[in-house]
Design a protein around this ligand. Structure first.
Ligand code: SF4
Ligand code: SF4
Length: 112
């Protein structure tokens, strides 16, 4: 019984503090372009497992060392977070800025 009250209090605090971003749905996401260097890859799969957007998957073939390397299967979902680049122990994957999507978003403009 003693544990119920703090949980309820927490939920109500979260509800009171919740704010919807003013530009929600209007700010363009920054797409990334994923580059893989197959010969460096050792096929650990870390980049595939930790990509928050499930962009990466094992490519069909093997590199010269016999490892399966990743490829960007759903490249348009990449948000350029660079987590794959940071986590890769072999420096076999990196991300550059992709083309920005067409958008009517203007920084500083607000609907009132
Ligand atoms: S940059 Fe982020 S979203 Fe893009 S492939 Fe790497 S981990 Fe996934
Ligand atoms: S984290 Fe690096 S070494 Fe591991 S599968 Fe991905 S690209 Fe290959």
């Amino acid at each position: 019984m003693g544990g119920v009250r703090p949980v309820l209090a927490e939920a109500s605090l979260a509800q009171r503090l919740w704010r919807t971003p003013l530009r929600r749905g209007r700010a363009p996401s920054s797409p990334g372009e994923v580059h893989v260097i197959p010969e460096r890859c050792k096929g650990c799969g870390i980049c595939i497992d930790f990509c928050p957007r499930d962009v990466l998957a094992e490519a069909g073939g093997f590199n010269r060392r016999g490892y399966r390397f990743p490829e960007a299967r759903t490249a348009d979902l990449c948000v350029e977070c660079r987590l794959c680049e940071l986590l890769c122990p072999e420096f076999a994957i990196y991300v550059t800025a992709g083309k920005a999507p067409p958008s009517t978003f203007r920084e500083g403009a607000h609907d009132v």
